[in-house]
Design a binder for this molecule. Sequence first.
Ligand code: ZN
Length: 326
Amino acid sequence: MEKGQRSQGDARRRRVQRLKKMIVLSVLIWMIFPVGLCVALFGRIKALDRQLAESQSCQQQLLEQVAAVAARQEEEALRRQEDDMEQQSSPLERQEIMVSAPVAAADGQNGDLAVVEPDAAHKVYLTFDDGPSKYTEEILDILDTYDVKATFFVLGKESEYSIEMLQEIARRGHTIGMHSYSHKYAEIYRSVEDFSADFYQIYSYILENTGIQSTCYRFPGGSSNAISDIDMHVFADFLAEQEIEYFDWNVSSGDGGSVLLDVDTLVRNATSGIPGNGTSIILMHDAASRPTTVEALPRIIENILAMEDTAILPITDNTTPVHHIK
Ligand code: ZN
């Protein structure tokens, strides 16, 4: 009996001890688990922090790169604007010389604008915007070398040199067109009144310095420019009232962009579309920031002259215009 009671007491003690062990173990587990979890989470937070810092620095670099590109583009635009404006004195002096009724002309006043164009299947018109520039004389010499005539859509530049170049363009028999006096989009396209004032300025600038009553115009940015808030038809109608024809282009050399294109690209751009066109009006620039245009010009002309049934002509009153807006 005693023996039975002892063994019962032993068994209870063992159960109690087992229970104690289990309690201690589960307490330990419940303590270790959160600590472990905390350590793991802490590590994860650290890793995320590092990733965040890295991505922030990447983002910063990206923002800096974007800002640098934007700044470069802005500089480029400004430089081109300066090129356009170089050698130009106060336009206010010009404003006093406004012609009230400019366009009774058109009969052969612009060189020989009334000439009949030769009968070629492909007519090509080389046009140069934004001049005169330091390259004008070189361009004129190249055109002389190949005995071809072109069209210069000029700006109102008042330096002695610019006026001399303007007169030289006329003297060598090329067509002089208007490309606005100021080339400042924000001013020209602000209203019809502003456009008209600028128009008379460039019209009288050409007339006074060359005796030519220009009859053709190229809108800065083209008639399809996305800059003017006013419908471009309004300005086109104004020109039509003045009996001025405006000319866009259907072939672009691509030399007006923010990137200076190499000679091969300019030659390809300026010539590859010609065989498919009856009329090709090629956009190029006579501007101080466009040296590769001058370098490409001899090859452009040679390629065109080698094309079958193709003639290079200056714009005249008989030229079929290209309009970007209908
Ligand atoms: Zn221009």
